[in-house]
Design a protein around this ligand. Structure first.
Ligand SMILES: [Zn+2]
Ligand SMILES: [Zn+2]
Length: 254
């Protein structure tokens, strides 16, 4: 399966936690000779975060992307996208936003509920430690909850791309929390891929992980291999938060 290294399906702007405007990202993508960029800021959430788009800015976000499509449409395809975070507790909120017209809807997990509170999965090491602690330091329980929540997101049928499928490994470079070669872990992955196949979803190879402690893409190579075996379409994405990193490390996978 040939990967398209001239399309970047996952990018952030100053509308969420990125450092460049929509225009900055599109101009940089053209300079980097990309044929397609999808803008996928973090979908608004009904509680405060340090990264999500504000609900009041949703129309402005969409109109900025439309403007860039008109301004640069002869040079590059600019996709109207969004990175949704699947949180079962706020199902209706997400549904209302995903119903809008989007070229691509990424589904990711960033938060997990433990007890009454939500904890960040892909925050800093301290935040991950507190998430782990809230699962009684049980890596299997934590991973099971993570993948079962992602699977619920896939089962909605709302989304077309799985975002950083195994971001739960972000702070697990030393296998402190779980081992990917355990049967129970691999079963969770295979179940997730099976569901992706049923819903006709693509899986991104997210090169943003090269800038995180794993120093490699999400997901792990063996998961990419399993997705290929299952004929799940693969897309490249940089998860860029700056114009400079668009298309980063794509050549590793072609
Ligand atoms: Zn994400
Ligand atoms: Zn992202």
């Amino acid at each position: 399966m040939q990967l398209d290294s001239r399309s970047d399906y996952h990018t952030h702007t100053t509308f969420s936690d990125g450092q460049g405007s929509v225009a900055d990202m599109v101009v940089s993508a053209i300079e980097k000779d990309l044929a397609k960029i999808v803008i996928t800021d973090h979908a608004p959430l009904p509680f405060a975060t340090r990264y999500a788009l504000s609900i009041q800015e949703l129309e402005h976000y969409r109109s900025q992307i439309t403007e860039m499509q008109s301004a640069y449409g002869d040079k590059i395809i600019v996709g109207m996208g969004m990175e949704f975070e699947f949180i079962p507790e706020v199902y209706s909120w997400i549904d209302a936003i995903q119903r809008r017209d989007w070229d691509h809807r990424i589904v990711s997990i960033h938060h997990l509920g433990a007890g009454k509170s939500l904890h960040l999965v892909n925050g800093n090491a301290k935040e991950f430690a507190s998430l782990f602690h809230s699962f009684n330091n049980d890596g299997k329980a934590l991973c099971t909850h993570y993948y079962k929540t992602l699977q619920k997101g896939l089962a909605t049928g709302w989304f077309d791309i799985i975002g950083h499928l195994d971001v739960i490994k972000k702070h697990n470079a030393e296998f402190t929390f779980f081992r990917e070669d355990d049967d129970w872990y691999q079963d969770l992955i295979y179940e997730t891929l099976e569901l992706a196949k049923v819903h006709g979803m693509s899986m991104e190879i997210n090169t943003g992980g090269f800038n995180h402690p794993p120093a490699e893409q999400y997901p792990s190579r063996w998961i990419i291999h399993a997705a290929r075996e299952n004929n799940i379409p693969l897309l490249l994405s940089s998860d860029s938060h700056t114009p400079a990193t668009l298309g980063q490390n794509f050549d590793t996978f072609i």
